[in-house]
Design a protein around this ligand. Structure first.
Ligand SMILES: [Zn+2]
Length: 124
């Protein structure tokens, strides 16, 4: 364990030399003190970039985002398999597809809320 610890200390020294500041927060994975780099990024000397969660609300948001992203993947997968069944025709399939698309749309809205909507209207 001794050598590992030395490596971590050396890494911390490197971070400090690079102008990083030691924070009060600790790495949620290993408990090492975290450092804020000059560019604002927060890193653990062992794990590299980490997310600091300041409140339960923020934690919930991060978790929600993770869940939504996974959900999005599953829905795309689902749509893909539904698409193959569309040829056999069926209102059921169509309804299912619409429902999944709606779900996707909602997820999309939650994951990346629209920032300044740009209208690409080219008129000579
Ligand atoms: Zn860590």
């Amino acid at each position: 364990m001794g050598e590992d610890k030395n490596a971590v200390i050396r890494r911390m020294a490197d971070l400090l030399r690079a102008g990083a500041t030691m924070l009060q927060e600790r790495c949620p994975i290993c408990g090492s003190p975290l450092f804020r780099l000059r560019n604002g990024e927060v890193v653990c000397p062992i794990h590299g970039r980490v997310y600091i969660v300041r409140s339960d609300e923020e934690a919930a948001k991060i978790t929600l985002k993770g869940v939504l992203e996974k959900l999005e993947e599953s829905i795309v997968f689902k749509l893909n398999s539904l698409q193959r069944r569309v040829n056999e025709g069926g209102v059921e399939e169509a309804r299912e597809i619409i429902a999944w698309l709606e779900a996707l749309e909602r997820i999309e809205r939650l994951v990346s809320p629209p920032t300044s909507p740009k209208k690409a209207e080219d008129k000579g």
